[in-house]
Design a protein around this ligand. Sequence first.
Ligand code: ZN
Length: 402
Amino acid sequence: MRKDEITGLVQILGFSVEDMSFQERKGQIPEVRIRLTRDKPWYCCAGCGQYYLTYYDCQPCEVRDLSYGQWKKSYLVFDKVRVKCMRCGVKTEKLEWLEPYARLTRRFEQEVAQECRFLQSIKTVAKRLHLHWETVKEIDKKYLLKELEPPDFKGVEELAVDEIALKKNHHYATVIAEAYRNRVLGVEKDRTEKSLGRFYKKLGKKGCALIKAVAMDMWTPYEKATRKYCLKAEIVYDQFHIIQNYGKIIDKVRNMEFAKAKKEEQKVFKGTKYLLLSNRAKVRGNNRVRLDDLLKVNQSLTIVYLLKDDLKHLWDYRYEGWARKWFEGWESRAKDSGIEPLIKFAESLKEHLRGILAHCRYGISTSFLEGMNNKIKVIKRIAFGFRDMEYFFLKIRGAFTE
Ligand SMILES: [Zn+2]
């Protein structure tokens, strides 16, 4: 790109191109420095917007701008002034194209933020735009904050709350989403009552009063926080978590039965742990034979296995009365089985029955949050571990804005 072409492209409000110098060295990125002069001798206070004809002091300044053709690194060079404002004291001047203290022009920052939006790694963006990793991250964070803070709670009536695992060894975060839309409203550290409480505080008294239902796992801290802040909200325990917990019962019974089994029967148990957790209709071929062999020799496991598939029907009902009746039937079969872990599980379901049957009235679940996990894995990589938790949480919200 030639000098006159660049001059035509620069277009900085209130400034004209005076001169430029090029730098091309072997093994280095070609650079252009564009010297700007001020069109008019007045200066605007960044604090209050008052114009002044004189300035307090001035300092040469160099900021990165968009690339110009082969000149991948471009710098705008100009004199930045400070004004002595009657109201604000000594202040840097206000420039439309450059935020106070920024090292990049606003339009270049916008390009960086845009690139980061497509879930590219920071490393990739940094490399492409010839910037430092940290610079890219800070700009991305700044723009996410601008866009996402404060969160837009307008019209929010149903929530879905779930935990996500951050690291191994029990590091968690709580994710709060709008139940019918793929929109994350908040991410909070840990999965305690306080975690969700922090979110409800941000939602505010008025916002909390509008919440009609909250979908969640049978996790007491979430329930407590919800009861404390959202007095009118119905708690909806969702199917995914209940069936997942049931998986633990199957596992327990399998271990108990294995310990009781005779040597030759124990062989049948081998490698069936995951088969028992899967849907029988989807188990095919050799696996199906193994599953059926196991169920043939062990009556307790058969009962536990069949009751799992049956339990899922509870979510087919749309009328609470029918759902309740159906559950009572299921419960008595569980009790009749005499299998201790299963009986306990049935009892715990009964204690939480109101919240389980609430799905009839509010068809909400946390399934959208379950599906988030893959995207979150990508974000984890992008956000480069968890050195900056705030950034990581913003990234999650940014990825699920609708
Ligand atoms: Zn001022």
